[in-house]
Design a protein around this ligand. Structure first.
Ligand SMILES: Nc1ncnc2c1ncn2[C@@H]1O[C@H](COP(=O)(O)OP(=O)(O)O)[C@@H](O)[C@H]1O
Ligand SMILES: CC(=O)N[C@@H](CCC(=O)OP(=O)(O)O)C(=O)O
Length: 289
């Protein structure tokens, strides 16, 4: 609940009205990062409240989720040691089984049930369903890791037509039927482009993109391709932020009108971004290459 004060609620609603009108019927792709999902202070219920609210005012949310920390935790319990190359998980057959168990067995149903208990009917699926995300292997070193090559969005448009909220886990399938582990940021970007989404919002555990990783005050309000490239080259964008920013730029260049990176650990940041004049996080723009 954002606030129980009736006067404040009325004022917030008035401020939100132009945005509610503007985004009525718009497809909004929301990517939940595993870091937000494992944040001790931020319950899934709170996240679900916001998504349920934007659905109730006429937007069409699609949730895409990762689960890096949840995969790590399960791997640890099974005494498997995770390894990464450029932010992507090295995935052999054993690790692929762990990824499937964590994403499809734990994370996906947790989000679906949280939305359901907010009165928002949600349907859990992954890139295998309806051949949604056809992927191809990235490199022999990474094993069963894929990059999405084709999106068949019909299964999502059918669900959206029934007012259900699709909740999509970032697994793909290759042309031979092999399931592949796909980075959830690039997965979300591919779906947003294919759905011609109006907005793609990445919920992560930092205020946005920082000019200097060790300075929380160096938040970048708007970043384009050239600026992001400079930050990657200078080492100021690291780890999981590299695939995230790359995916965000890809979506902006691919025609998604607005791409944002916001702090999902701040209560109701999604509503602040969508329904108020307040600028939150970082906006990623296609800009010049
Ligand atoms: N320039 C940067 N600005 C902000 N965060 C950065 C930057 N470079 C690296 N990071 C790291 O990226 C992390 C978010 O990426 P990731 O761990 O993949 O998140 P998620 O689970 O939300 O997908 C942040 O917690 C932060 O430590
Ligand atoms: C290939 C690859 O690295 N896949 C990711 C998929 C999950 C993910 O991306 O989760 P976050 O959104 O929490 O980062 C992984 O195995 O961790």
């Amino acid at each position: 609940m954002i606030t129980s004060d009736p006067q404040l609620r009325a004022r917030m609603l008035l401020e939100a009205l132009p945005y509610i009108r503007r985004f009525h019927g718009a497809v909004i792709v929301i990517k939940y990062g595993g870091n937000v999902l494992s944040d001790a202070d931020r319950s899934l219920t709170e996240l679900a409240e916001d998504v349920a609210l934007i659905r109730s005012v006429g937007m069409r949310p699609v949730v895409v989720h990762g689960g890096g920390p949840q995969i790590d935790e399960l791997a640890d319990r099974l005494a498997l040691r995770p390894a990464f190359i450029d932010g992507l998980r090295v995935t052999d057959a054993e690790m692929l089984a762990v990824v499937r168990m964590a994403l499809l067995g734990t994370v996906n149903p947790a989000i679906v049930t949280a939305l359901g208990s907010q009165g928002a009917p949600a349907v859990g699926l992954s890139g295998m369903d309806g051949s949604l995300a056809v992927a191809s292997r990235v490199s022999p070193e990474l094993g069963y890791v894929g990059a999405v090559s084709t999106v068949n969005p019909q299964v999502l448009t059918d669900l959206l037509a029934t007012s259900a909220i699709p909740v999509v886990a970032s697994l793909g399938v290759d042309v031979s039927g092999q399931i592949l582990n796909v980075n959830a940021d690039s997965f979300a970007a591919a779906l947003a482009v294919a759905l011609k989404a109006t907005k793609l919002i990445f919920l992560t555990n930092v205020a946005g993109l920082l000019e200097h990783l060790d300075d929380p005050g160096s938040l970048i309000a708007e970043v384009d391709v050239a600026h992001a490239q400079r930050l990657i080259e200078s080492g100021q964008i690291r780890g999981g932020m590299i695939p995230k920013v790359t995916a965000a730029l890809g979506a902006a260049l691919g025609g998604v009108e607005r791409v944002h990176l916001i702090d999902g650990t701040v209560p109701h940041s999604l509503l602040l971004e969508l329904l108020t004049d307040e600028g939150v996080g970082t906006m990623i723009v296609g800009g010049t290459q």
